[in-house]
Write a protein that binds this ligand. Structure first.
Ligand code: IPE
Ligand code: IPE
Ligand code: MG
Length: 259
């Protein structure tokens, strides 16, 4: 292509791409209520944004995308809404697997899956199995996930190991704790996005977001499309990450990775 030919916006690739993006997909309920629709219509509409953001992430060369779909606390919602969310999760797993395969996406569900109905647990295992050889991107869906749950289950493993004499206190360091958490084999999120206008973490990745860049969008999740996502990625690319160093140290090329 001639260098003066403008790059079509659909081909725009952001320069400094995060290795891992984590997103709180919030605002489905309000999106629906503003349209006089039941909240569940918002959850259905949100699936389209999931598809768009997954495919754009592959296009941008992002290694890991983690989407918060259902928190440990979301069980407190009315039973009818919880049931619809579980059904939607079931049907999306079935409907999207082919598309994920076509895009080379490996799927992993993170969270306490034992609490889900057996049928859903089986569907999750199947979807993970069918996509396990893909390597364009890892898509993590956080379902029945909570940052505190994750730290608690890691601590439980650590206490068992100590009781059995497999670990002594001096061996406990950040690396060991990280290795027991749900995202043990992926880099920490570089970019943490929340849609829906709220500026809080709501028990999403806690340990791993220590140095994530936070980005809050006022758009409700069903309205968060490719352009809005690119805006977040471009904003990320303009930030200076310092990891405790001075800006001057970063400018002169000192080690800036946290890991
Ligand atoms: C996020 O949208 C989806 C889930 C929590 C499952 P919400 O359902 O929280 O939507 P709002 O925040 O009520 O608008
Ligand atoms: C966070 O959203 C959980 C998900 C998006 C899955 P919530 O809507 O549950 O968070 P709060 O209750 O507003 O903090
Ligand atoms: Mg919400």
């Amino acid at each position: 292509m001639d260098k003066d030919t403008p790059v079509p916006s659909s081909d725009r690739v952001v320069v400094c791409v995060p290795r891992h993006v984590a997103i709180i997909m919030d605002g489905n309920g309000r999106w629906a209520l503003r349209r006089n629709l039941p909240r569940t219509a918002g959850h259905r509409a949100g699936v389209k944004s999931v598809r768009a953001v997954v495919e754009e992430s592959v296009h941008q060369g992002i290694g890991v995308l983690t989407l918060f779909a259902f928190s440990s606390e979301n069980w407190r919602r009315p039973k009818s809404e919880v049931n619809i969310l579980l059904e939607l999760f079931m049907s999306a797993l079935r409907a999207e697997v082919n598309r994920l395969n076509q895009n080379g996406v490996r799927l992993r569900i993170v969270g306490e899956r034992n609490a889900f109905p057996e049928k859903l647990q089986r569907r999750i295992a199947e979807a993970e199995e069918v996509t396990c050889a893909n390597n364009a991107m890892l898509l993590q869906i956080a379902a029945n996930y909570g940052g505190r749950w994750d730290i608690t289950q890691a601590t439980r493993q650590l206490v068992s190991a100590a009781r059995e004499g497999r670990v002594v206190p001096e061996e406990v360091d950040e690396e060991l704790i990280s290795s027991l958490l749900s995202f043990q084999d992926v880099p920490d999120p570089d970019l943490f996005i929340r849609t829906g206008g709220e500026q809080r973490i709501s028990n999403f990745v806690l340990w791993q977001s220590a140095y994530s860049e936070l980005y809050f969008s006022d758009l409700m999740w069903p309205d968060f499309g490719v352009d809005a996502y690119r805006g977040a990625l471009e904003d990320f690319a303009r930030r200076q990450r310092r990891f405790g160093l001075t800006g001057e140290q970063v400018d002169t090329g000192a080690e800036i990775r946290s890991d």
